[in-house]
Design a protein around this ligand. Structure first.
Ligand SMILES: Nc1nc2c(ncn2[C@@H]2O[C@H](COP(=O)(O)OP(=O)(O)OP(=O)(O)O)[C@@H](O)[C@H]2O)c(=O)[nH]1
Ligand SMILES: [Mg+2]
Length: 230
């Protein structure tokens, strides 16, 4: 697996905000959930810089909860790679209670969503189960992954959005990404009325190139501030 340099500046800033002195003694647990194939495992692998979990290219990748320990500056963050929802009734019947159970005990929830329907049924199910598990929906952080698969209408027809392999996308792409972000926020709120999900909870990123991945992890850590525990 190709390793990429993930910019960890924002992650370090968030960790310092959680505790300016020494790292927490206990592990921080983050659920990484979402629809099947959204890129949960790829996200974790890129962050860890190794193939920690099996990626599903044409079929299911993760079939049961896998915990992976991510360490940084003495901090220990347990990433729970969840099986994706939405590939079959039988699998969802088994996995939805797992989401509810994990939601009742994790520190943070990182929900990975991807086009063409980032706020489709699998994503909505995760939001609903996480709420049922007792996790406050306003604390969910949504990572919008695989945005390169979004088609952009240009004068010449439809072309997929291009992300550079390094650095920031150009202004035009950023404008498209921002529209996408707002549309997904609207759909999420409409799909789970009363959840209070806002656009500020959504962050576009790319699991393969690592673009914005540091900021996504940082946002997940910032969501913990409201319920500080050592
Ligand atoms: N282009 C692109 N492809 C991605 C990205 N993230 C994931 N993929 C691809 O999407 C497919 C599914 O990725 P996984 O990481 O297995 O997704 P998952 O959410 O863990 O899937 P399940 O465990 O089966 O629910 C793989 O073919 C990945 O290579 C991304 O950021 N960009
Ligand atoms: Mg997986």
């Amino acid at each position: 697996m190709e390793t990429v340099d993930v910019d960890l500046t924002a992650v370090r800033d968030s960790l310092r905000r959680l505790s300016p002195g020494r790292p927490w003694r206990r592990e921080i647990t983050l659920m990484v959930g979402g629809g099947v194939g959204a890129g949960k495992t790829t996200t974790i692998n890129t962050l860890l810089g190794r193939r920690a979990g099996a990626v599903g290219h044409v079929s299911r990748g993760t079939t049961s909860v896998q915990g992976h320990l991510y360490t940084l500056d003495g901090w220990r963050i347990r990433l729970l790679d969840m099986p994706g929802l939405g590939d079959s009734k039988a699998h969802d019947h088994r996995n939805r209670p797992v989401y509810r159970h994990q939601a009742s005990r994790v520190d943070g929830v990182l929900l990975i969503a991807a086009p063409p329907r980032p706020a489709g049924m699998p994503t909505l199910r995760v939001v609903k189960d996480v709420i049922r598990g007792g996790f406050a929906p306003r604390r969910i952080v949504v990572g919008l992954n695989r945005i390169e698969t979004v088609n952009v209408e240009t004068g010449e027809g439809m072309t997929p959005l291009r992300l550079p392999t390094r650095g920031e996308p150009d202004e035009q792409s950023l404008a498209v990404i921002e529209r996408l972000r707002r549309a997904v926020a609207r759909d999420l709120l409409a799909g789970v009325p009363g959840s209070g999900v806002t656009v500020a909870q959504l962050l576009p990123y790319d699991a393969r190139t690592g673009w914005n991945l540091g900021r996504l992890v940082a946002a997940s850590l910032d969501s913990l501030v409201t319920r500080r525990k050592r």
